[in-house]
Design a protein around this ligand. Structure first.
Ligand SMILES: [Mg+2]
Length: 225
């Protein structure tokens, strides 16, 4: 069956954000400390702590608002909720500087548009951060972000929402991502094809179902269609 539509992951697939959320948290820590709060550990240890917090947040353990509030209140910020908007604004404002598109991403997306292949993004994360990354890519299609759709990869509901956004049956869709489990195995389980972007030396766990195709650069997608 031919591929009629494509779904894309963002981070480490269409581009990289150079840990902009970690930096925003560290800036927030600076502000909290300047306003009477306390740094609990060395800066390097705080940085590791932030990475851990963000990792759990991306896995759906809690929302970004809760992550910021927890972080702020642990460090004595009052009221902790006041820091959520500041964190989000810092993260959003840093997207143009920190987010770097894959060298061929914009050209590939343009070519897909010209060929009439429907494209949508399905990304785990928070709104409007992921939408801002998509905007940096000049992405024209729907952008589905886990916090907004109430489902996240690898859940089947997230891929079902993608099929609805692309207005076609899952069997006609190929999902492109860098994460073997969260992107590829999950897309295959949802009845889509899974195209693995193998560009960062990640090991594809042998127990997972094999990807439908493997590419090393986004431009290789054009030869698969
Ligand atoms: Mg990714």
């Amino acid at each position: 069956m031919p591929i009629k539509a494509l779904g894309f992951d963002i981070d480490h697939t269409l581009g990289i954000d150079n840990k902009l959320e970690r930096v925003a948290f560290l800036r927030l820590l600076e502000t909290i400390c300047a306003e009477g709060g306390t740094c609990l550990r060395t800066l390097a240890q705080e940085s590791n702590r932030i990475d851990d917090l963000l990792e759990r947040q991306r896995c759906g353990a809690f929302s970004i608002d809760q992550a910021v509030e927890r972080f702020a209140s642990e460090r004595g910020a009052q009221p902790p909720a006041g820091y959520v908007e500041r964190y989000k604004r810092m993260a959003l404002e840093s997207v143009p500087e920190f987010f770097v598109a894959q060298p061929d991403a914009r050209a590939v997306l343009r070519e897909l548009r010209q060929r009439g292949i429907a494209c949508a993004i399905l990304s785990n994360g928070w709104s409007p951060l992921q939408q801002e990354k998509a905007r940096q890519l000049d992405f024209a299609g729907p952008v589905l972000v886990s916090d907004a759709i109430g489902a996240q990869k690898p859940q089947a509901e997230a891929f079902a929402a993608l099929a609805v956004a692309l207005k076609t049956d899952s069997r006609n869709i190929a999902y492109v991502g860098d994460n073997p489990r969260g992107d590829i195995a999950a897309a295959l389980a949802a009845g889509m094809r899974g195209i693995w972007l193998d560009a960062e030396g990640v090991t594809y766990a042998p127990e997972l179902p094999q990807p439908s195709a493997v590419i090393h650069r986004l431009a290789e997608l054009l030869t698969l269609l």
